[in-house]
Design a protein around this ligand. Structure first.
Ligand code: BDR
Ligand code: CA
Length: 324
């Protein structure tokens, strides 16, 4: 069974909430989303502890609004720790401040009043059926907490597009697990069990969508603040993965989720049955995708397996050029 290509017939911009733990690649994703208002109407950004502590991910999300010229987007802080497991962070990859390669400051834009989990409950609860898409760029703790408290809010959700998981080529935080799922596998299980429509962009995909010198030059040639921020962040961020995996460039994981929402025709995948392993042990946080359908269980996610790398960087360049 070949992977199927993904197309969209878009009438109006996608109503979007971005749940995120910025994070170097999250920051790139946020700028790409902010630069794509024809396709994405960003209702809010909700933050979660992940790559670094919540206070820093929340500050970095507000910095993204400043750098993207979108201080009108509300930012709500959410869960400061995972549902069950001990907190785990990735400062060695993203820097102590969560944004390698750039100098951070306290943005003028404040956090919005109220908690991200309550925001999700209120917004999804009041939404038209299947009207709101969530881009999940970090551990899925906020959405899981909302679904645990009010399971019926699932009906307001159109699609949950997750950066997370790894199947064919192993993990990036353990040999079997990808960071976002490992950082809160119980939350990923709650979301999976809720019955919402789910799309997964895993390391299988993001480790094929790599920077190169030419692609970084392409971004640098835009010569605006947003592109400079992205180039500075990426130059610092990609080193670790290039060293560890021996790859010719670095992945920009979370930006793939936004590219998928803006231009799904760049991607292809297959609907599969997915299981998340939350048992203690060597496979804690692993995602098992039944790619060949051997279990004959109903598919519960779209597993996006292939993408057009140059198409992604062309999209990023074209969109960043629209910012200041
Ligand atoms: C994911 O983990 C985080 O470190 C990145 O921001 C991305 O969301 C990649 O495994
Ligand atoms: Ca992230």
């Amino acid at each position: 069974m070949p992977a199927t290509s993904i197309t969209s017939l878009r009438a109006a911009p996608c109503e979007l909430i971005i749940d995120t733990d910025p994070g170097a690649d999250d920051l790139v994703a946020l700028l790409l989303a902010m630069a794509s208002p024809d396709e994405l109407s960003i209702r809010a950004i909700t933050t979660v502890a992940g790559n670094v502590h919540l206070a820093k991910t929340s500050r970095n999300a507000r910095l993204a609004c400043e750098w993207g010229g979108r201080e009108d987007i509300p930012v709500y802080a959410g869960a400061a720790r995972p549902l069950v497991r001990a907190p785990v962070h990735a400062a060695e990859l993203h820097g102590e401040e969560g944004l390698s390669g750039v100098t951070v400051h306290e943005p003028a834009k404040p956090l919005s009043q109220g908690n991200a989990v309550q925001y999700l409950i209120d917004t999804l609860g009041a939404a038209e059926p299947h009207s709101i898409t969530l881009a999940m760029l970090g551990p899925q703790t906020n959405l899981a907490l909302a679904l645990i408290q009010r399971p019926e809010i699932a009906k307001g959700i159109k699609d949950v597009v997750v950066m997370g998981g790894a199947h064919f080529n192993g993990g990036n935080i353990t040999p079997t697990a990808e960071f976002n799922i490992y950082a809160d596998p119980h939350a990923a299980e709650v979301v999976l069990a809720s019955g919402v429509r789910l799309t997964y962009l895993s390391l299988d995909l993001t480790h094929t969508l790599l920077t190169s010198d030419a692609r970084l030059r392409q971004l640098a040639a835009i010569h605006n603040r947003a592109s400079q921020v992205v180039v500075d962040i990426l130059n610092a961020y990609i080193k670790h993965d290039m060293d560890v995996y021996g790859m010719p460039g670095g992945p920009v994981h979370d930006a793939s989720v936004i590219a998928y929402l803006v231009k799904p025709e760049l991607f292809s995948g297959r609907r599969v049955h997915l299981v998340v392993d939350s048992r203690e042990g060597a496979t804690f946080g692993q995602t098992i995708a039944d790619w060949y359908g051997v279990l004959k269980r109903p598919a519960n996610v779209m597993w996006v397996s292939q993408g057009d790398a140059q198409g992604l960087f062309d999209l990023l360049s074209e969109r960043l050029a629209r910012l200041r």
